[in-house]
Design a protein around this ligand. Structure first.
Ligand code: FAS
Ligand code: PHB
Length: 391
């Protein structure tokens, strides 16, 4: 058995784990990362694309914003379309802030580059981690490294950044965990295509046949989504069927759309989920390990970053002998998590077609849209959530 000591053990090399390691390094706190899969697999994931102001700030704090500053696209607004009617919400005019388009794939690559530049220790391809002694002063992780064999890491703190299907949350005793979940009766089929974006801002469309979203990764690469029925898989969708559906749901807003063969095509299920305990003993959860939001509000990655910024500051204070922030971490993180869950659920309920909706519920969706179109106060509410609530 190879045994190692670490101040902080981070489980997961997704954006949450990588950013936490980088921010701790900036504060002089050393960590070790253990990742279930390969570096190539981590770098290949195509997910979020819209960054809140806090996420951009965090990447600057992490000294990982050089490429972001060279390639970012800032948006002053977002567009909501409802059966062909539309409202453009001027988020910058209303809040003084913008959102930034820069893909999660690029963020992950930038963070991995930073880790390698400072020779951060990352155990890749270690799928069998087991956590123990979480309520002791020396929590442990045991796993099998492909080259070194069995490894035991004795840490002072363990950060569970291992996503929704990781082991960290499951290591909190079930009788202590309070979990809340809403699974939506639809998914999103996402397409990445090397064509100029059809709209200059992110466009959300609710059409009688279903939801569609037009976003981008650059001026030459677009990211588009359509709502799919329960149980549908990516094999049920040809790219031709996608383009026909996408055009129909955008209506006249699809004028000028350039179609083509996809770089990537995949289906994501939609759920809202919160584990109401984000810490247990010396284990602290951050990101998708603790919560999931439907991507409608563009919040998944941004919420993970907000957790990590809070946790990094608390661990840095702990390292200096001040534990109060760490003891308050879960309660304070959850306060913001629930507000972001609300916004993501609200926009999902507003912009999607639900098979079990009565005529009344459909009328309520339309009335909400008409209210937003006519009310600066309603638009400000959406705008302040979209650009990111204060930490
Ligand atoms: P992640 O899931 O990204 O990373 C967790 C890491 O832990 C992974 O590398 C995993 O391999 C590793 N891991 C898991 N189990 C482990 C174990 N036992 N031991 C060690 N490591 C382990 N958000 C948006 O805002 N907009 C979007 O459009 C969007 N699209 C998405 C599409 C998909 C298919 C998915 C799954 C999510 C999407 N999200 C989107 C949300 C997504 O961006 C997450 O919020 C973000 O990746 C959260 O980052 P992490 O918390 O680091 O979790
Ligand atoms: C994306 O660009 O992938 C994106 C944008 C806005 C969302 C979700 C995803 O709400």
């Amino acid at each position: 058995m190879n045994t190692q000591q670490a101040d902080v053990l981070i489980l997961g090399a997704g954006p949450a784990g990588l950013l936490l390691s980088q921010l701790l390094h900036q504060s002089g706190v050393r960590s070790i990362i253990v990742e279930r899969t390969s570096k190539e697999r981590v770098l290949s994931r195509i997910r979020a694309g819209v960054l809140e102001r806090g996420t951009v700030e965090a990447l600057h704090e992490a000294n990982c914003a050089t490429r972001l500053e060279a390639e970012r696209i800032d948006h002053d607004g977002l567009i909501l379309s409802f059966d062909g009617d539309q409202v453009s919400i001027p988020i910058h005019e209303l809040t003084g802030h913008r959102v930034t388009v820069y893909g999660q794939t690029d963020i992950t690559a930038d963070l991995v580059d930073a880790c390698e530049a400072r020779e951060q220790q990352i155990y890749w391809n270690c799928p069998d981690t087991v956590l123990s002694k979480l309520t002791s002063e020396q929590p442990c992780a045991h796993f099998t490294d492909p080259t070194r064999g069995r490894v035991e890491i004795q840490a002072k703190i363990i950060a569970g950044c291992d996503g929704f299907r990781g082991v960290a949350r499951q290591s909190i005793p079930a009788h202590i965990r309070t979990e809340s979940e809403r699974v939506y009766p639809f998914g999103w089929l996402g397409v990445l295509v090397d064509k100029p974006p059809v709209a200059h801002n992110v466009l959300y469309a609710n059409h009688a046949e279903g939801f569609a979203l037009a976003s981008m990764r650059s001026q030459t690469r677009s990211r588009y989504y359509v709502q799919t029925s329960p149980g549908e898989t990516v094999e049920d969708w040809s790219i031709e069927r996608f383009w026909t559906t996408f055009k129909a749901r955008l209506g006249p807003l699809s004028d000028g759309l350039e179609t083509g063969e996809p770089v990537e095509m995949s289906i994501t299920p939609l759920r809202s989920y919160v584990c109401d305990q984000m810490q247990h003993g010396k284990l602290f959860l951050a990101g998708d390990a603790a919560h999931i939001v439907p991507p409608t509000g563009a919040k998944g990655l941004n919420l993970a970053v907000a957790d990590v910024r809070r946790l990094a500051r608390a661990i840095t204070q702990w390292d200096k002998g001040y534990e109060a922030d760490l003891m308050r971490y879960s309660n304070e993180a959850l306060s913001r998590v629930w507000k972001v869950e609300r916004f993501s659920w609200y926009l999902t309920a507003l912009m999607h077609q639900f098979d079990d909706h009565s005529v009344f519920e459909k009328k309520m969706q339309r009335a909400e849209f008409d209210y937003i179109r006519a009310s600066t106060a309603a638009q400000l509410s959406i705008a302040e959530n979209y650009v990111g609530l204060d930490y």
